[in-house]
Design a protein around this ligand. Sequence first.
Ligand SMILES: [Zn+2]
Ligand SMILES: [Zn+2]
Length: 373
Amino acid sequence: MPKEKDFYKTLGVDKSSTKEEIKKAYKKLAKQYHPDLNKAADAAEKFKEINEAASVLADDEKRSRYDQFGTAEAPQFGGQGGFDFSSFMHEAGDFGFDFDSIFESFFGGGNPFGGSRRRRSHRRGADLRYDMEITLEEAAEGATETISIPHMTRCTECKGTGARSEDDIAECPECEGAGYIRRTARTPFGLFTTQGPCGKCNGQGAYIKAKCASCHGSGKVSKTSTLEIKIPAGAETGTNLRIREAGEAGERGSEPGDLYIVVHVKKHKVFERHGNDIYLEVPVTFVQAALGDTVEVPTLSGKADLKIPEGTQSGTILRMREKGIINMHSQEYGDQLVKVVVETPTKLSKKQKEILKEFEETLNKKSLFDRLF
Ligand SMILES: [Zn+2]
Ligand SMILES: [Zn+2]
């Protein structure tokens, strides 16, 4: 995965910051770098970066996607409108600059600069959840898994309309095909207009005279879809991947739900994971521990040399920098921490015992004893 911009760093906030804190940081920086107020050469570029970061971090959906993938773009199944900065600059130039309303627009509540939100109706299809088990190696490297999802998809026979043919779709007489009814009331404050879905056609604007034979008018059929799921390197148990529009089809061609992949990382027989660090125990002989040695140890990316310093005690933890797992967000690697376990020799031959006894004679036992008591 390519290294993406760090939006948290751009706004000077951290990953756990609340929306309110992000908003505060954004306002402060936007004022500082607004090109009308700041004539420095790089102010416009900086201002653009700040707005880009805020447009992602202020939007829950985009932020969670960014946290998981390091990008705010949907991983598959496009259709997500982006934030168009050029139109925003134009508006800001024409009508002045209201930091509050611009920031509010990032929250998705009626974006005045193009509207990246799609309209959601109550007939939107259901979201689905798929629990996926992966190995620690797959979590470290990232993986592509092919899965089969049984779900309701849009009927291809009628393109989701539910009608036998286009001629079998008739305009609703109540709302004249609009799908909503507008009512205007005169009040002391002036004309007051409300708008609600048409009850006759449930907001569809049309009714079906003859139903599609394949889906019996529902506009959806059951199907098993095969999907390729990209697991980002650094994924951990609980990592949630959202696959847009891969859930259940919506009613009569309306928007489908999403599919959520919940990652579970299997326990490894050798490595133990703590966040992005990897723990491992390595046995060494007492001679290696006493004299020092270089040993080969397994890591998630293959074998690597580890230097055991002279005089290493059993239980010492040695750090192998950046041999752990990548952090999905910061793209920094964790470490591998190796606990050295000194093995006491057993089943010694007569000669070995003699050598050890001879060795023991040379030790200054009194000083050892003094150190202990
Ligand atoms: Zn109607
Ligand atoms: Zn159909």
